[in-house]
Design a protein around this ligand. Structure first.
Ligand SMILES: NC(=O)c1ccc[n+]([C@@H]2O[C@H](COP(=O)([O-])OP(=O)(O)OC[C@H]3O[C@@H](n4cnc5c(N)ncnc54)[C@H](OP(=O)(O)O)[C@@H]3O)[C@@H](O)[C@H]2O)c1
Length: 220
């Protein structure tokens, strides 16, 4: 089958490998946000399609038989476009979404519905680990009283307008003890993150649980 996977996640990469192994003609699509994406099985295309219409055109032009949306649970626009393009073209469509993390007994979670709400709930003069992509950081600049440890995979193109922050470039450790060490070293007393689910970013949640640190958790 000729399959297009909308990817950019660990799960999408695993799925591409599995489908290629099964003999399918697989193309993975990436938005192009990550500077050095991991190699993927099958073909790879990079960059936007130009909205739902552009994606529909791509599906028709490339005679795609099945579209799989395996994008990140917080990548809302591309999922809406995928749904619309599948409906417009009648191409077989599947959505693969990670389950959100579930709060465990010792977790201290402050559940919020948006990043703005998370920002406004940070106690005064806190030291916060901000585990978010660069496009979400600017809105935290209002909190001049807060120190932010900003962690992201790639170095951002521009400096952030946060008055008091440190930038940490790289992927999070999968080992909660490493995450706990970082939290302690940087004297972090709050974590802000979105409930992405999956294993790749979970170690900080485990570390927060062990250390009794509150997590301001943005729901889906
Ligand atoms: N949001 C996150 O926190 C997050 C975290 C980890 C990984 N990712 C991955 O990063 C990518 C972008 O996420 P986002 O939140 O910026 O997306 P988004 O807001 O839903 O999409 C914005 C636009 O980016 C383009 N786009 C997004 N994903 C694409 C893909 N896989 N292939 C081709 N074009 C894509 C589309 O442009 P056109 O309209 O021009 O087609 C889309 O309209 C996704 O692949 C997602 O799986 C996102």
């Amino acid at each position: 089958m000729k399959i297009l996977i909308l990817g950019g996640t660990k799960e999408a990469g695993a799925l591409a490998a599995q489908l290629v192994e099964g003999g399918h003609d697989v193309t993975s699509s990436l938005a192009g946000r990550t500077k050095e994406p991991k190699p993927l099985a099958g073909k790879v295309r990079i960059g936007g399609f130009g909205g739902a219409d552009g994606l529909s055109k791509y599906l028709v032009d490339h005679q795609i038989e099945k579209l799989i949306d395996a994008t990140h649970p917080f990548a809302k626009q591309i999922s809406e476009n995928a749904n619309a393009a599948a409906q417009a073209t009648g191409v077989e469509f599947e959505v693969i979404t990670r389950k959100p993390w579930q709060k465990q007994e010792d977790d201290i979670w402050i559940k919020v519905a948006s990043l703005q709400e998370a920002r406004d709930l940070i106690p005064e003069n806190s030291r916060v680990l901000l585990a978010l992509g660069s496009q979400y950081i600017d809105q935290f600049s209002k909190r001049e009283d807060v120190f932010f440890l900003v962690r992201m995979v790639d170095k951002p193109d521009q400096d952030f307008p946060l008055p008091n922050h440190e930038l940490l470039i790289g992927k999070p450790s999968a080992d909660w003890q490493q995450e706990a060490k970082l939290i302690e070293q940087k004297k972090i007393n709050h974590i802000i993150c979105r409930n992405s689910g999956g294993t790749g970013a979970y170690a900080k949640i485990e570390a927060a649980r062990k250390l009794g640190i509150p997590v301001i958790m943005v729901g889906r």
